[in-house]
Design a protein around this ligand. Structure first.
Ligand SMILES: [Zn+2]
Length: 172
């Protein structure tokens, strides 16, 4: 994974402690952003194809949980084949936009704390265990944790940008 030109996440060059810190810190970041915003703005999409702050938050919680499931398979199976996932469909089916804020924030806390506590008790050698990604290349546990961290960093920025666009629209 290369550096993300949108959010600046350093990709595979990110120190693992920093990646873990980004996942651990995400519930606090979104708690601050969403907790200080009135409910209507949380559910409003800045444009039809850009998710609302609540949708991005719920999505990030689900992706972190999904990465933890992938990590669990890599830790317990021999080079498992990892399958892709349709996140847009999940957003629609999960009706993220109708969920109460407290439900979403609790789910985010559960999934982020779950991933962090799981990797903190791993043997050092476990970081290098690999599964096979949907493109056929090897994915180590370290890479999967960095990808989960990128979701957290990238979507925190999406949420900040989206909320300021929605608030800007409401002032007009
Ligand atoms: Zn990014």
């Amino acid at each position: 994974m290369e550096r993300c030109h949108v959010c600046g996440f350093e990709g595979d060059a990110t120190p693992i402690a920093e990646a873990i810190g980004a996942v651990a810190g995400f519930p606090g970041v979104v708690g601050g952003l969403l907790g200080g915003t009135y409910d209507g703005a949380l559910r409003r999409r800045p444009s039809p194809h850009v998710w609302s702050a609540l949708e991005y938050t719920a999505h990030t919680g689900e992706t972190v949980a999904w990465y933890q499931q992938r990590i669990e398979r890599v830790l317990t199976e021999e080079q498992p084949q990892l399958l892709p996932f349709d996140w847009d469909a999940a957003c629609e089916q999960g009706r993220y936009r109708d969920l109460p804020l407290t439900t979403v924030l609790k789910a985010v806390l559960r999934s982020c704390a779950g991933l962090v506590s799981r990797v903190q008790v791993m043997e050092p050698a476990a970081w290098d265990r690999c599964g096979i990604g949907s493109d056929g290349s090897a994915r180590s546990v370290a890479v999967l944790v960095r990808r989960a961290a990128h979701e957290a960093v990238h979507h925190a920025q999406d949420i900040r940008d989206g909320l300021s666009r929605v608030q800007e629209q409401e002032r007009r």
